[in-house]
Design a protein around this ligand. Structure first.
Ligand SMILES: [Fe+2]
Length: 306
């Protein structure tokens, strides 16, 4: 019996425990597949990002643990964009970190690694992994800028949460492709968001799958919670609500401004406005952030990173 059929049968039974089993089943498949190849490096980079006492040496060690990643980071550091700025060639990761800056290198390494799982050309309706990658980068940048500009905080997990928030969708397009196609059609014809279409079909959604994946990789609880509640922010716990609301707002705002696939249903507007109110962020601030995001995306494209 296919995973899809098994899931449909158990959804018909509508038992909460069975839904959990289905999500766990998908996570097990993810962890046996190529998707989990990014696990070790991504969790090591996120650990360094969350450690205020981490050193250049530690960041270097994390990057060097993954030779293809190290090669990519060096290649980017030596690309026309950076070599023009520094008129030198980097042959050593530590040199590259010192010259380019730890913050930039951490994001660069995270981008390089996470984008590996979005590297598939196939389209399903308006969805493709490439479109999802562009959306995820825009969400990551928006979340980061909200933290820095609006809260005056570094937001250690904001960027990574943006990059990884839709990882559940990747698992679904890989292991439940026929159902996923139906869900995308359902969301379009009924003008509902993908999450609602997923819940109608399976009884769970990509946010729950995503949270189960990132939790199984041992990523920080704040990040996992944000991934898990990014479509259902008001139900999250208070402790991590800042990142959860920020992620929801960034996700909605990016989708509404052309960084996504499909339109955002009108009925989601009220939830977006409520989160903005709880965050005490003015819509005008988001417009300024959008300009920064577009600028940053242009820079990334010039660097050959997008
Ligand atoms: Fe999203």
């Amino acid at each position: 019996m296919s995973l899809s059929t098994e899931i449909k049968e158990s959804v018909n039974g509508v038992a909460g425990e069975e839904k959990e089993d289905n999500v766990q089943h998908i996570v097990d498949m993810v962890n046996l597949s190529d998707i989990s190849s990014i696990k070790q490096s991504v969790s090591a980079i996120i650990r360094v990002i969350n450690d205020p006492g981490s050193t250049v040496k530690e960041l270097k060690e994390v990057i060097q643990l993954d030779p293809p990643l190290a090669a990519k980071v060096l290649k980017t550091a030596n690309s026309a964009y950076y070599s023009r700025s520094f008129t030198r060639t980097f042959t050593d990761i530590e040199q590259a970190i010192i010259w380019i800056g730890t913050e930039i290198i951490k994001e660069l390494a995270l981008n390089q690694k996470v984008c590996e799982i979005f590297d598939r050309d196939e389209r399903i309706e308006e969805y493709s992994r490439k479109t999802l990658w562009h959306h995820s980068v825009a969400v990551a940048l928006t979340a980061k800028f909200i933290y820095r500009r609006e809260y005056g905080l570094k937001g250690e997990n904001a960027y990574a949460a943006g990059l990884l928030h839709d990882i559940g969708m990747i698992a679904e397009d890989q292991f439940l492709q026929d159902d996923f196609r139906t869900i995308l059609q359902l969301s379009k014809t009924k003008s509902i968001n993908i999450t609602s279409a997923e819940r109608e079909t399976w009884g769970f959604d990509h946010a729950q799958v995503g949270e189960a994946i990132t939790a199984s990789w041992g990523l920080p609880e704040e990040l996992n919670t944000a991934v898990g509640y990014h479509n259902n922010p008001l139900n999250s716990c208070f402790e991590f609500s800042k990142l959860v609301y920020t992620l929801y707002v960034s996700d909605y705002f990016c989708q509404n401004n052309g960084f996504g696939f499909g339109a955002v249903p009108d009925r989601d507007r009220a939830l977006f406005n409520e989160c903005l109110r709880l965050m005490d962020v003015k819509p005008h601030a988001l417009e300024i952030i959008l300009k920064n995001v577009k600028q940053e995306i242009k820079t990334m494209q010039n660097k050959g990173l997008l």
